[in-house]
Design a protein around this ligand. Structure first.
Ligand SMILES: CNc1ncnc2c1ncn2[C@@H]1O[C@H](COP(=O)(O)O)[C@@H](O)[C@H]1O
Ligand SMILES: [Zn+2]
Length: 331
């Protein structure tokens, strides 16, 4: 399978079963079982239930040691799946009980990236600091400042800002000043947009920033209740979409694989990148997502090759392009 880039992966959603087992062994008193942290094949959950799953994982990952282990494991797993360039994203969390601060949280993820590099793991990793929309405007602004500090101090490892979290909570208009500040200081912006219906107003507002990439964009186009003007704005700015098939089907924002909006954008020739979103929670990996796209939409080997090649143009670390492209061989 041809794949080089994973551009949409939430750290705590990407925790594998084997890492969960190690975390559970560290915290037996929590009485957490794997069934509570993952949605297996054939299972579906509402998006709301997915967000409950993240809460459980956050309980398991609440110290610097946990973050370091989780981040290193996730990076190694993507590398083992053949990913050569990974943009990880994660929401800095403060944990009163363990003394973890948001700054230490980010430092620890950066440390994990550096350790993997020193250990010779064959993958380039960059980091996006995530804003959880349910935490409101003030936290968003603080997070942007934190992200800016790290962008300036990590020699290019922190490349951008992600907006994510429960799409049914809050409104993007409150976060606009923070997002605009991020853009102005040189952070690349990847925004979860129109993941659920009824976000058209918000999307219109946020698309005009404009973001550098869009997460999901499930309900942007008119056939699903979005609008032609939203689509036109996306096309005008040529903003790439990060598309996550299994995540959307298991989270029930898309009714079946064949109904996935991948087809709408792909047929239009619009830059679309296949991603995993939360490979741990949704029990998938990037190979599987490419395979699903191929089998669902009848894509040839050549189509797949082109698709994975085009992802390179959507990364937030343009200086890496040649290094990523060269080792890319057909298998
Ligand atoms: C399924 N669709 C989704 N939609 C929106 N946000 C999502 C998401 N999947 C994950 N996240 C965001 O990522 C966090 C977990 O990773 P981190 O603790 O940040 O590493 C979740 O709490 C949520 O804010
Ligand atoms: Zn996501």
């Amino acid at each position: 399978m041809h794949k080089v880039d994973e551009l949409h992966a939430h750290l705590n959603g990407s925790v594998s079963f084997s890492t969960i087992k190690k975390l559970v062994a560290r915290k037996p008193h929590l009485n957490i079982e794997h069934g509570m942290t993952a949605i297996r094949s054939g299972q579906r959950r509402t998006l709301d239930e997915c967000f409950q799953v993240f809460k459980v994982i956050h309980q398991l990952v609440d110290t610097e040691e946990d973050i370091l282990m989780v981040a290193k494991d996730v990076i190694r797993e993507f590398a083992a799946d053949g990913v050569k360039y990974l943009e990880l994203r994660s929401t800095p969390r403060k944990e009163k009980t363990t003394g973890m601060t948001k700054r230490r949280y980010v430092e620890t993820v950066i440390e994990a990236i550096r350790q993997c590099k020193n250990e010779g793991v064959d993958i380039e990793v960059r980091f996006l600091v995530a804003v959880d929309r349910r935490n409101g405007a003030e936290v968003a602004m603080e997070t942007v400042k934190l992200a800016e500090d790290f962008m300036l101090s990590t020699d290019g490892l922190v490349v951008g800002l992600d907006l994510s979290g429960d799409p049914t909570v809050g409104h993007g208009r409150d976060l606009l000043p923070a997002l605009q500040k991020a853009k102005n200081c040189g952070l690349k912006l990847s925004l979860h947009l129109s993941e659920v219906p009824s976000q058209a107003d918000e999307s219109e507002l946020l698309l005009n920033i404009p973001p550098d990439r869009i997460g999901h964009g499930t309900y942007l186009h008119p056939e699903v209740g979005g609008s032609q003007s939203l689509v036109d704005t996306v096309r005008k700015h040529n903003t790439p979409l990060e598309l996550c098939l299994t995540s959307n089907v298991k989270g029930q924002t898309v009714s079946s694989y064949s109904q996935h909006h991948f087809l709408y954008w792909y047929q239009m020739g619009h830059p679309s990148v296949i991603c995993t979103d939360d490979k741990g929670v949704f029990c998938t990996d990037l190979s599987q997502e490419y395979q699903l796209a191929a089998s669902t939409f009848n894509l040839s080997q050549e189509d797949m090759w082109t698709l994975s090649q085009k992802a390179i143009d959507c990364t937030f670390a343009p200086d890496l392009k040649r290094q990523v492209r060269f080792p890319f061989t057909e298998d």
